[in-house]
Design a protein around this ligand. Sequence first.
Ligand SMILES: *Cc1c(COP(=O)(O)O)cnc(C)c1O
Length: 234
Amino acid sequence: MNREETLVKNVQTVQAALSAACHKSGRNPQEITLLAVTKYAQDQDVLTLLQKGLIKHVGESRVQQAQARWTSPVFASFHTVKHFIGHLQKNKAAKAAQLFDFIDSLDDLQTAQTLAKAVPAGKTLRVLVQVKLTDKQTQSGLPLEEARRLAAQLKNLPGLKVCGYMAIAPQGAPQEQLRQLFRTVKQAFDADFSPTEERYLSLGMSEDFETAVEEGSSLPRIGSKLFAENLEGL
Ligand SMILES: *Cc1c(COP(=O)(O)O)cnc(C)c1O
């Protein structure tokens, strides 16, 4: 298989797994948006999938690097929805407000205020509040109840539209614990965001997206399963 065939097969494998997770949990696959995490991917690989129309939502975790890529003419010529998924430093917020369509990893009010001030006129920057699912100091995000308070505060900020929660599962957590954590976030999401509004619940990465989708994720973030050389053994 050449590289192009490998990439296409990776997308098909992920799509099939998403469909299976939907089938298993009685969900409509139309509710799921695949967020292709392109942060570690080669330019040529990302272009291949864009040219084939196989990805539309893309995720980056470094503002500088994302700006270099997505403002270059060839990348800018594709209609993409750009998500910031990393830790946003306050001094990069203004730049991020211009480049991205979504900030999926918001976890403090000051940064939100900086973003709101920098959003270009006529643009609505969609934001998700990041929920922290571990006690680890190094992990970004806010404990669930604080995340919910921040989401409520953001509803009044002009230029921003808060539309859900994002969370990263603790590495190596047993399946049942994972499910329970995802379920807790989903319950808060349902209580705080009405299905009649535009809303997103971003749970799940390459290693746990099937469980996440079974538990209600609508925006799984997938990097290595799409771009890895060879899925065998991943
Ligand atoms: C890198 C990253 C991902 C993608 O991880 P994979 O395991 O490669 O799918 C998803 N979410 C966030 C927040 C990331 O930083």
